[in-house]
Write a protein that binds this ligand. Structure first.
Ligand code: BTN
Length: 325
């Protein structure tokens, strides 16, 4: 958002009642017609601003868009989200992150959050497409992690815990984590996470943690097949949720756990992940590229693989695949 529009917004936010264009113009040292232009911009961004010839302008409602300066107002993190990039619409925030990190210095981008109101080519796990209509929270966190290569998968664990915890704290809903990185409410998926790596030999160039949350999505807008397996926070709570508050909470919860990882507190993260797991101690059906089998999910190992006790008593380790339960 342009600085002038932000300044006009701040003045309107601080005002007790309506303010004339003349007063705002005087405070900012610009013309009344420039103020009128900024008011139009702010309205386009979803702010409700009434105007009357006699009294002037008054802010009567905030925006429902996920605008960076609104997120910043609520953000209580040390480094996650200090830099943000925002798109009304983009193919995928992951692609944006990749381009920025490939073309720039990933160290400078550490903690950057890329946000989109809508993705036209959202990417999910195993190369699947990810429906990303307006109303969701579609974001990618760029990281230059200071972690051993074999621990990187734990960034997704930290992210999954963060999303589950944020949903629990904001709405008092018992969200759980389905292996590997799906967030479920009851038997329906409400969010998914995906970690993309750029590494060479044992050097990590950067990581991109993609988070997709079905926040204010009307289930009727989804395809019939998705509708059966997916839910949204709007459907669960019965109304639109405050996406800014939720995102600020997710980023805070994530940063806390990410810092634990950097302090080598791996056990703490694994313990918390297990305590929120929907999969462990449940009967599951696993589908990998090569086979399908049933059994009981009994543990995850140090690499995030799911350990299954098959019905014939044999133990299988699953690194990647789909888990049905
Ligand atoms: C999954 O398959 O469960 C993972 C879904 C990850 C979706 C998010 S939305 C933001 C980011 N951009 C993408 O294209 N994908 C991730």
């Amino acid at each position: 958002m342009k600085d002038t529009a932000l300044n006009v917004l701040r003045i309107l936010e601080e005002a007790d009642g309506p303010l004339s264009g003349e007063i705002i113009a005087e405070r900012l040292g610009i013309t009344r017609s420039a103020i009128w232009k900024q008011i139009r911009e702010l309205r386009k961004m979803g702010y409700n601003i009434t105007s009357s010839q006699t009294a002037g302008y008054q802010l009567t409602g905030s925006t429902s868009m996920l605008l960076p300066h609104e997120v910043h107002k609520r953000l209580r993190t040390k480094f996650i989200g200090k830099q943000m990039r925002y798109f009304d619409r983009t193919a995928s925030t992951t692609w944006v992150g990749k381009k920025l990190a490939d073309e720039g210095n990933p160290e400078d981008l550490h903690g950057m959050v890329i946000l989109a109101e809508e993705q036209t080519g959202g990417v999910g796990r195993l190369g699947r497409s990810w429906a990303s209509p307006a109303g969701g929270i579609w974001c990618t966190i760029v990281l230059k992690p200071n972690l051993p290569l074999e621990r990187l998968f734990m960034i997704t664990m930290a992210g999954s815990i963060a999303v589950a915890r944020a949903i629990r704290k904001e709405y008092d809903i018992g969200a759980l984590i389905k292996w590997p990185n799906d967030i479920f409410i009851g038997d329906k998926k409400v969010a998914g996470l995906l970690l993309e790596l750029s590494a060479e030999a044992d050097t990590i160039h950067y990581c991109l943690l993609g988070i997709g949350i079905d926040a204010n999505i009307l289930l009727d807008e989804l395809s019939p097949s998705l509708k059966e397996t997916v839910t949204s926070l709007k459907a669960e709570t019965g109304g639109d949720v405050d996406r800014v508050a939720l995102l600020a909470r997710v980023l805070k919860e994530f940063e806390q756990r990410y810092l634990l990882l950097e302090s080598e507190e791996y056990e703490t993260i694994i313990r918390e992940w297990k305590s929120l797991s929907l999969t462990l101690d449940h009967r599951v059906q696993i589908k990998t590229m090569r086979k399908t089998f049933d059994g009981e999910a009994i543990d995850i190992d140090d690499h995030g693989a799911l350990i299954i006790r098959k019905d014939n008593g044999r133990i299988e380790r699953v690194i990647a695949g789909d888990c049905y339960q």
